[in-house]
Design a protein around this ligand. Structure first.
Ligand SMILES: Cc1cc2nc3c(=O)[nH]c(=O)nc-3n(C[C@H](O)[C@H](O)[C@H](O)COP(=O)(O)OP(=O)(O)OC[C@H]3O[C@@H](n4cnc5c(N)ncnc54)[C@H](O)[C@@H]3O)c2cc1C
Length: 466
């Protein structure tokens, strides 16, 4: 691909925008096609998940900060909440609150549209980058590689010659169909059926709520139910309830409240019953994390690569998607810097991106498989790891060193092996053996804060992934 001039990015989500930023240093022209166009502010059709809580792990924030210096300050200036992760957040794991500790992690809490609008604005300033409304329809080339892309827009369907296509169209990517049509091999797919349901609603924030904490996260424990409430711009709480394996939170007010009351800690219920709602609750159904990978380097077509959710979409419960998309953009930049935009760039990129993907996938798939109802391969290693992680959770309730390290691993800042360091393992084995205290669980019987009677589950047209 020597003398490369033009790169095309399909999709202007977090992954596509960060890819365009990185490509701009190595291509004379970068065109980003986005189905929703670029005139939309706030929530938009192409990313229905934006209506649900979007936490940015610090392992992603630091990468974005490196790619776009000043990102954290600009987000804060626009209303994002910036907080120390485990001091300003109440984090419940295994039914009890993790011991507060200084983690060195920065939580940057905002809605997804705020984050995306800042990325779009910064990237639109690059002279090499053009942001164009258009829907990708297919690839042009042969089984060895891609030479052009066909895009429909205001002036009908057009063909755009390109040296590289980056598919960042999200988890609904049509790449497997497009590649098959060229006679090229699509990547193999790995799925883990979790049938996760989200229900989310905004609330007006009152002074002093949550004792001034910026957020509360109640991890899905053995019940498979969890939730979060985070303080976002315009003095609002963004509240998301979640349930796996078909146990989805309702969107009607009574059902929403009742589901919140069933969580392992009362914080979210207290918050929503004392705050004024802003708009209705909205649902989302997410069936399965999907990871795509080529088993043979020789099978990777030239001139085309998948990035972001199109390459790997994670269970949203672990908030990894945007951070791993940022890490993939950084991996792409490293490949471009070390070897340039050569024909084997896609194969080199997959090898580099796999390092980030492996860690995140291991953490999230391992946590999914800790639920007996999730069907998937449980090796002896998976079982041993999950038994150890259960001990880590219990130790984290009482030992700030453990809660600190666990949160740093979950934020993709330290490798999972940090939890196996002899000093850490000693704490985990010593403190994680038995429950340190009675679970902080609100009684599940009828009470003043619980709605009564069954309620319909109004999920007529739930935004859902493919
Ligand atoms: C319910 C839910 C909650 C989540 N919560 C979190 C969280 O807390 N933290 C986190 O980090 N991640 C979270 N994620 C994941 C996160 O949304 C993604 O990982 C992240 O947005 C990166 O995705 P992406 O840019 O690859 O794809 P997307 O964000 O899906 O963007 C794809 C873009 O491509 C466009 N597009 C699609 N098809 C075409 C086409 N044919 N032509 C042109 N454009 C096209 C779409 O309009 C869209 O703009 C969540 C996901 C879900 C489903």
């Amino acid at each position: 691909m020597n003398g490369a001039r033009h790169a095309v990015v399909l999709g202007a989500g977090v992954a596509g925008l960060l890819a365009a930023l990185v490509l701009a240093d190595h291509f004379a022209r970068v065109t980003v096609f986005e189905r929703d166009g670029f005139d939309v502010e706030g929530m938009r059709k192409g990313v229905p998940q934006a209506r649900h809580l979007h936490g940015l792990l610090d392992g992603g924030r630091t990468v974005i900060e490196e790619l776009l210096p000043g990102f954290t300050d600009e987000m804060t200036a626009r209303g994002a909440t910036r907080a120390e992760a485990l001091v300003a957040t109440r984090w419940y794991v295994g039914g009890l609150r993790a011991a507060p500790a200084a983690t060195g992690l920065t939580s940057l809490i905002a809605t997804r549209p705020l984050l995306e609008s800042l990325l779009r604005e910064r990237i639109s300033r690059l002279s090499q980058v053009r942001l164009v409304a258009g829907t990708a329809r297919g690839l042009i080339g042969d089984r060895h590689g891609v030479r052009a892309v066909s895009v429909s827009g205001d002036s009908g369907v057009e063909t755009h010659a390109t040296d590289l296509v980056v598919d960042a169209t999200g988890r609904g990517t049509r790449a497997p169909v497009w590649l098959t049509a060229l006679g090229a091999e699509p990547p193999a797919e790995q799925r883990l059926e979790v049938d996760l349901g989200y229900s989310s609603r905004f609330y007006r924030r009152l002074e002093g709520q949550l004792d001034g904490h910026a957020s509360v996260i109640i991890s899905t424990g053995a019940s498979g139910r969890g939730g979060g409430a985070v303080r976002v711009e315009d003095d609002r709480w963004h509240v998301t309830l979640a349930g796996i394996l078909g146990d989805h939170p309702p969107t009607d007010p009574d059902g929403f409240t009742r589901f919140a009351a069933s969580l392992a800690a009362p914080d979210i219920l207290d918050l929503i019953t004392r705050s004024e709602p802003v708009g209705d609750a909205v649902p989302h159904r997410f069936r399965a994390p999907v990871r795509r990978a080529y088993r043979r380097r020789a099978a990777v077509p030239h001139g085309f690569l998948l990035l972001g959710d199109a390459l790997c979409s994670f269970n949203p419960l672990y908030a990894q998607g945007m951070a791993v998309a940022a890490q993939q953009a950084a991996a792409l930049r490293a490949c471009l810097r070390s070897g340039g935009p050569t024909p084997d760039l896609p194969a080199r990129f997959y090898a580099a991106a796999d390092k980030a993907l492996d860690v995140a996938w291991q953490l999230s798939a391992g946590a999914d498989l800790a639920h007996p109802g999730v069907v998937g391969p449980r090796t002896v290693r998976t079982r041993l790891t999950n038994a150890y992680v259960a001990r880590v959770h219990r130790a984290a309730h009482v030992d700030p060193h453990v809660s600190r390290t666990f949160l740093r691993v979950a934020n993709l800042v330290e490798p999972p092996t940090a939890l196996l360091h002899p000093a850490m393992a000693g704490r985990v084995l010593l403190r994680g053996g038995t429950r340190a205290a009675a679970p902080n669980i609100r009684p599940t019987g009828p009470g003043p804060l619980r709605a009564s009677g069954p309620s319909p589950d109004p999920r007529p047209s739930i935004p859902s992934d493919r």
